[in-house]
Design a protein around this ligand. Sequence first.
Ligand SMILES: Nc1nc2c(c(=O)[nH]1)N[C@H]1C(S)=C(S)[C@@H](COP(=O)(O)OP(=O)(O)OC[C@H]3O[C@@H](n4cnc5c(N)ncnc54)[C@H](O)[C@@H]3O)O[C@H]1N2
Ligand code: MOO
Ligand SMILES: [Mg+2]
Length: 634
Amino acid sequence: MSLKSKVTGLILAGGRGTRMGRVDKGLQPFRGATLAAHVLARLSPQVATVAINANRNLPQYQALAGESPVLPDYLDGFAGPLAGLQIGLQFCPTELLLTAPCDSPFFPTDLTERLHDAMLAQDADMAMAVTMEHDPEQPEAAPYRQSHPVFALLKASVLPQLDAYLDTGARRMEGFFNTLKVAEVLFEDSAAFSNINTLEELHHHERRAPAAPVASGPGPRDGDPPPMPVADAQRLICERIAPVDAIETLPLLAALDRVLAADIISPINVPAYDNSAMDGYALRGADLPTDGAIKFNVIGIAYAGHPFTQALQANECVRIMTGAPIPPGCDTVLPQELADAIEGDNVTIAANTIRAGANLRRAGEDLKAGGIAIATGKLLRPADLGLVASLGIGQVSVKRKLKVAFFSTGDELRSLGDKLDEGCVYDSNRYTLFGMLTRLGCEVIDMGVVKDDSQALEAALREAASKADAIITSGGVSEGAADYTRDIMASIGDVAFWKLAMRPGRPLAFGRVQSGEDSAWLFGLPGNPVAVMVSFYMFARPALLRMMGAESKLQTVQARAVEAIRKRPGRTEYQRGILSTGSDGAPQVRLTGAQGSGILSSMSEANCIVVLHHDQANVAAGQTVDVLLFDGLI
Ligand SMILES: Nc1nc2c(c(=O)[nH]1)N[C@H]1C(S)=C(S)[C@@H](COP(=O)(O)OP(=O)(O)OC[C@H]3O[C@@H](n4cnc5c(N)ncnc54)[C@H](O)[C@@H]3O)O[C@H]1N2
Ligand code: MOO
Ligand SMILES: [Mg+2]
């Protein structure tokens, strides 16, 4: 039996993340994935199966764990790693359990093997990693021994001892380990066990990252992490964001473009009764001639709103208008223009003019009483208002509008009405952001321009976090000497800075900003005017829609490229295009000329974005490309 098949791995992710501002450490974005995902990638090859101990954000951990279990503590109140160990041992289907904390993504790939060797050699109950450390304050002093109790291999059979220890109220790992026979294993590489406690440490590691074990994409340049593929960033954002659950009830007309918060159940059949689809004559289908022609006697008139209620006899018919209820016994309507002859009260109908059952609209054929007419999450469009009205419903429950604060950053920015000093530009991003957010149905909070000044930025972010569900900023997220935004963002929240494998829109900041009790999601978009729009559409838009509880799928259409398009594989490119109909009637697209990410006119001229996918290479003229239409997007 292999060693691996005897070991269950347990990721300890149940802590409070106190030193990280109480964020869920394991879910922090790190080198294209989450910290816990990195730990999982290290652990999986060393064990038969993995479980995750977590006490918050269980769905996100479950998404990571897949088929494997996510185990909350059995003990209440974030009782520490021993509580995680307890539930892990309770679950453990194998002879041995190996623990690893969610904030240490660099541990050795032979951890299980080395701990196991020592455990056997010393006939121990558990084995634990130890390193020799130097005190940075006293570099001359002798190194000291540092144990790493969260990296431990234990016999599953120690569970009763752990239960007894926890029953005494004690919670310290070292205390429990003193009750066991422990083998210590000295590892040379102390950095392998370094854990990431604070957001500063996280960003420090993020910036000097070696190749990420779970991220894909082109290799690192100058020690930088590889740019993250667009799809990975979208997934990471989506995994972290949950819908805002506040709802309100609105009169139907005020609900246009809002997100439905409860299914609309049809209280009635629509239509409520069988009725005529034509102006003509209602009759019994059985009376229709099979050959020749038959004369029907008109015995009355049915109008919409004025039914004819008398039952018909053989070869009788009723003059009927569109929408009028079908008289009793009738099942067919002859459109009047199909009559062979109409003379006074007589209508002659020839054989094979219509079939029995024709031209009727059946009760409930649109909506059945008791059925779901519109499902929760639907963005209410004009057709939906009509549908709700057709059910006689005058008020609907919708999600409250999402509050989104936004501002531009940069000393060079001037607001409209200001003099354009040398080296300055007018702030255009706030206008595009206003437009995009308003179109998305958000309540916008325009916070103007904020200078490249750390105090002003911090104050603006705090104010925004206190007022809004989400914050959108532009500028200052790249590597420039005046790009203060990234440091302030990182210092007052758990904000990660990503370099994305896309163009435009390479830099992006995403995370949560905290101000006292209040917090908000932050999207720090790049400053370049085209980049800000593209990043908004690709990342902020789906995230905001998710917060609103709405669907965000965008439909692409295919079009023939009129000219060749240069494209480098390994990044997603969003080029501005004009979609039209070719001489053969098929859709075709051409680019709007210069594609620089400062050229906003390319966006204004365009009616679509040409999406060139991550792995796609140069496109030859005549080849088909995917196109995202601006209609529906903006
Ligand atoms: N060494 C590197 N430099 C840059 C990189 C990089 O990876 N390494 N990335 C480039 C890319 S791509 C972009 S996009 C920009 C992003 O820069 P920032 O987000 O830091 O934005 P700023 O430096 O503040 O501004 C960039 C550019 O955009 C103009 N801008 C900014 N805000 C507005 C506004 N509200 N209205 C109109 N124009 C605005 C600003 O004046 C600059 O020209 O970084 C590249 N550099
Ligand atoms: O993202 Mo920057 O993409 O060139 O403008
Ligand atoms: Mg910059």
